[in-house]
Design a protein around this ligand. Structure first.
Ligand code: AMP
Ligand code: MG
Length: 925
């Protein structure tokens, strides 16, 4: 007979819903096993179970999810808790029900080769996956397993929707009291506790109806931080949730110190423990403000509140800024946040989540369990020798401090093994423990690992870029150096023509560190001209024909370039400079007697080699000056990694206003390989490139990912002699890597990364079609990468931070912009005095394998087919128009949309003009 019926608590409903979806899942199937000394007394246990069943309504409860207008829990008047007894000892009867007694079942376990404890463990595994029938009470089963050594196991298997942890402890205690009591002796009251679970359901209902409480929680969760633990490569793995526990004892001295602190600050110990959890969370998420769930045990406050059984639980978000002035301040701040939530604690998480519009809202949960378990148990007849509690929830990670007998504390972290590797959770436990007494920070092992990953020192021979090329020319004067449209010049011709140009440039006043504008289309003349400028001691400043004249003029003057080098054909359209030097038309016939000595004499490695302009957020592009030392290191490192030979041919197709072109042009020339120059505009034509790669026997080519994509689609695609493709300039998607491996299986693919503010690229990764995310890899030779938080502290492995770059490949700075240079090239807190780090504005993280993952920008800089664009620069250009009062530019895929407010009066109109393109045609690397 049904004696009571009432709705479900929101948490119960959620749990049952989950179990309905996955009937055999161990999630929310709790299993408590305690080991006791002695022989099991089945009649006494049967009696004890009958008494607790009579006393506690939740043990007589079933669920009806569909039969009424809303799901109900139904309390039945009498319910017998099923009890099964099995002897797991060698040769024993396999299973007997209560009262069945005799050896009428199958006998013998001898063949399975396991001991009783292993059989118990195997049974526990099976039991976790054996579901319950909502409609037949109780949702609880009891099992006794006779073990060896004079012990037996008592297991309570039940659905979590019935009982919270406190209730489990209370129930076990009560059962054992009744079990151990002499027959006829009332060891515990038989009358039900006055507190009832149905009252908690009613309280939740009224909280849900309260506008004030709803508003309280809405405010808390609006724009809440993610506070999501990092997921490392390979995680989550596909498959059913698999929760396990890591337990670490808290040192005794620490517990004593925390208890002292709790008294001094007049806050509960729990608050101090919660504060440590929050600080550890701040460290591993990289957030200044964090949010976690806190398990709230909302037991009734009347005198039977501790005895009533039920699911008196709710998880409440707590959100705290971590930037307190002192540890005590932070603890008080956490306490205040807890106190503020108390009047609203019955509001179910489900509703809070709905208000946040985000599900799941919480990635971590905090709990403090100080259960007075098994209090005053009768020693004889019920001595507990062990216990194991399995509970799996849908929380990815629960950090709990548990009181242990004797007043100690254990830190336990329950985590889903499909989402986190054990190492990560061990590290988290270490950080929580560290936060109990001080600053949580990087462990020694982690610091050591980051140092090791950055141990990139390699002694490369020095020299300037042009010295290296002239040395190569002396070595292989007659080898083909530069090929363009089917015609090749030798290293001798290259060097001789460069020497001649250098002499002219010297005469025009070019000297060390001076940028010389170069205004040329791609052809054989281009590498000749660049080498000529370097040989004269100058630095080249690429100016691309086709770019707006105004922009080119500004670049020349901002860089302080007084000399421009161009061809007779282009001179008419070239920007005006102090002096214009023309390349000689046509090449002189080689004589073999050419002067191969640059007029510069010994070069200086710290002199500027090139200046490349890049978009500036305030509207003014900035010129980045890079030294010979930096770019030579780049080339030496590349050569050390790939060892190209005179048999190799490298494609040059990237417009020279992009730094990628620097290695395309010079890597072959410093190694004796052939440089194949693509025709002007050829970089836009995938099929031309595909044909060129085959016909010119190219072995090495660069693509920005957005150009690699259409390239892989060209019908002409064939590997020819292509051995390696290098990607850089923008994020390389994993599916593109897979497509590449399908179309060009014999060709290596590398993902490189680097801003213009360093010599082209500073990290490298060999791609693997199996990877889910393509990292940007490890630092190159003589380069250091750091992932730092906003106070220049090292972010832990796996945690997002800003990527900083140190080492010899750093640019000297922005030409003529000392303020801007100081802003982005900052003192290196981890390097020798005077060393600098470049702040990239990129977000990144270390992976446990020592490679770095790129995670997007911190600002509004974007990439359009590899071209770096600051939206602020375009906004500034719009604002320059007299009619425009306000402007905003947003990126929409490959389009940029500018919004402007026009008119001189307030309340002007916002219009979306046709998409604004960057001033220059999109780069296609
Ligand atoms: P740039 O100065 O044109 O070389 O642009 C540098 C920026 O491009 C970097 O700061 C990144 O935002 C982006 N970038 C370059 N290489 C990569 C890469 N391999 N993966 C993701 N982003 C990249
Ligand atoms: Mg770059």
């Amino acid at each position: 007979m049904i004696e009571d019926a009432y709705p479900l608590a929101a948490l119960q409903a959620g749990m049952l819903y989950h179990s309905e979806l996955e009937p055999d899942s161990p999630t929310f199937h709790d299993l408590m096993t305690i080991t006791l000394r002695g022989e099991p007394d089945v009649p006494a246990l049967t009696r004890a179970l009958a008494e607790v069943s009579a006393r506690h309504p939740v043990l007589r409860t079933s669920f009806d999810l569909t039969g009424f207008s809303e799901p109900l829990q139904l309390v039945h008047d009498t319910v017998t808790i099923p009890l099964e007894v099995a002897d797991l000892r060698e040769g024993a009867v396999r299973e007997t029900g209560p009262g069945r007694g005799g050896p009428d079942g199958e006998t013998g376990h001898a063949e399975d080769g396991k001991g009783p404890r292993e059989r118990l463990a195997a049974w526990r595994e099976r039991e976790k996956h054996t579901g319950f029938d909502w409609s037949s009470p109780p949702l609880l089963r009891v099992h006794v397993h006779v073990l060896d050594g004079g012990e037996f196991a008592l297991s309570l298997s039940f659905h979590h929707a019935l009982l919270d942890g406190w209730s489990v402890a209370t129930l076990v205690t009560e059962i054992l009291h009744r079990y151990a009591a002499p027959p006829g002796y009332a060891s515990a009251p038989l009358a039900p506790p006055r507190a009832r679970f149905r009252d908690m359901v009613a309280a939740e209902r009224s909280a849900t109806a309260s506008a004030e409480t709803r508003e309280f929680w809405r405010e808390r969760v609006t724009d809440a931080p993610e506070s999501r633990l990092p997921r490392l490569p390979g995680f989550p793995v596909d498959g059913p949730r698999d929760v396990t526990v890591l337990a670490v004892p808290v040192p005794r001295e620490t517990v004593a110190a925390l208890e002292r602190e709790s008294r001094e600050l007049r806050v509960p110990l729990r608050t101090i423990l919660l504060t440590a959890h929050l600080r550890a969370l701040g460290l591993v998420t990289g957030e200044r403000e964090v949010m976690t769930g806190v398990l709230s045990h909302s037991r009734p406050e009347n005198e039977d509140g501790g005895e009533v059984l039920g699911l008196f639980l709710n998880s409440l978000p707590i959100r705290v800024r971590l930037d307190a002035a002192s540890r005590a301040d932070l603890v008080r701040r956490v306490f205040d946040a807890e106190i503020a939530a108390v009047p609203h604690r019955s509001y179910p998480l489900f509703e809070i989540q709905r208000a946040a519009g985000r599900s799941p809202l919480l990635d971590t949960l905090f709990d403090f369990r100080d259960f007075h378990v098994y209090g005053g148990l009768p020693g004889e007849g019920a001595a507990i020798t062990g216990q194991e509690f399995f509970e799996q929830t849908d929380m990815p990670c629960t950090v709990a401090f548990v009181r242990v007998p004797g007043g100690g504390l254990t830190l336990t972290i329950s985590y889903d093994r499909t989402q986190f590797p054990r190492d990560q959770i061990e590290a988290l436990a270490g950080r929580v423990l560290a936060a109990l007494t001080g600053e949580p920070g990087l462990g020694e092992a982690e610091t050591e690992a980051i140092t090791r990953w950055n141990a990139t020192g390699r002694d490369h021979p020095g020299g300037t870029l042009h010295e290296l090329i002239f040395a190569q020319a002396a070595l292989t004067p007659d080898a083909p150096a530069v090929g363009f449209e089917g015609t090749w010049i030798t290293y001798r011709e290259l060097a001789a023509r460069a020497v001649a140009i250098a002499a002219e440039l010297r005469a025009a006043g070019v000297e060390r560190d001076q940028p010389v504008g170069v205004y040329l289309e791609r052809s054989t003349d281009l590498p000749v001209a660049l080498l000529g400028i370097l040989a004269a001691g100058g630095a080249y400043l690429p100016l691309e024909p086709g770019h707006p004249a105004e922009r080119l003029r500004t670049m020349l003057s901002d860089a302080g370039a007084r000399v421009l080098l161009t061809s007779a054909a282009l001179a008419g359209q070239a920007p005006q400079a102090g002096r214009t030097v023309l390349l000689p038309a046509g090449a002189p016939a080689p004589t073999g007697q050419e002067d191969l000595n640059p007029p510069d004499g010994p070069g200086h490695e710290d002199a500027l080699a090139y200046v490349i302009f890049t978009s500036g957020s305030t509207g003014r592009p900035k010129g980045v000056g890079v030294s010979h030392r930096a770019i030579v290191n780049r080339l030496r490192w590349m050569q050390a990694d790939h060892a190209i030979t005179p048999a190799d041919r490298v494609l040059h197709k990237t417009p020279i206003s992009f730094d990628i072109s620097v290695w395309e042009l010079f890597w072959p020339l410093v190694t004796g390989a052939g440089l194949v120059v693509a025709k002007p505009g050829g970089h836009y034509e995938p099929s031309y490139l595909a044909r060129l790669i085959v016909s010119e026997r190219i072995t090495t080519a660069h693509f920005v990912p957005s150009m690699l994509d259409p390239f892989l689609d060209t019908p002409e695609l064939a590997p020819g002699e292509l051995r390696r493709v290098v990607c850089s300039g923008e994020a390389l998607p994993a599916d593109l890597v897979r497509r590449f491996a399908e179309r060009l299986p014999e060709v290596e693919l590398h993902n490189l990364y680097g801003p213009t503010e360093t010599a082209v690229e500073v990290s490298t990764h060999r791609c693997d079609p199996a990877e889910q995310v393509v990292p940007i890899g490890r630092p190159g030779d003589n380069t250091r990468l750091e992932v730092l938080d906003d106070r220049f502290g090292r972010a832990p492995v796996g945690t997002r931070g800003q990527l900083f770059i140190g080492g010899v490949q750093l640019a000297r700075g922005y030409l003529g912009r000392p303020g801007l240079t100081a802003e982005r090239f900052v003192p290196d807190p981890y390097g020798p005095p005077g060393s600098r780090l470049y702040a990239t504005g990129d977000q990144a993280r270390w992976r446990p394998d020592g490679e770095i993952e790129y995670l997007g920008r911190l600002d509004t800089q974007i990439k359009i087919r590899g071209m770096r664009v600051e939206l602020g620069e375009i906004e500034a250009a719009l604002l320059d128009q007299p009619e425009v009062r306000a402007a905003a530019v947003v990126a929409d895929g490959e389009r940029l949309i500018g919004y402007v407010v026009v008119g001189g009066t307030a309340g002007g109109t916002t219009t979306a003009p046709p998409p604004v393109s960057p001033e220059t045609p999109p780069e296609t690397g």
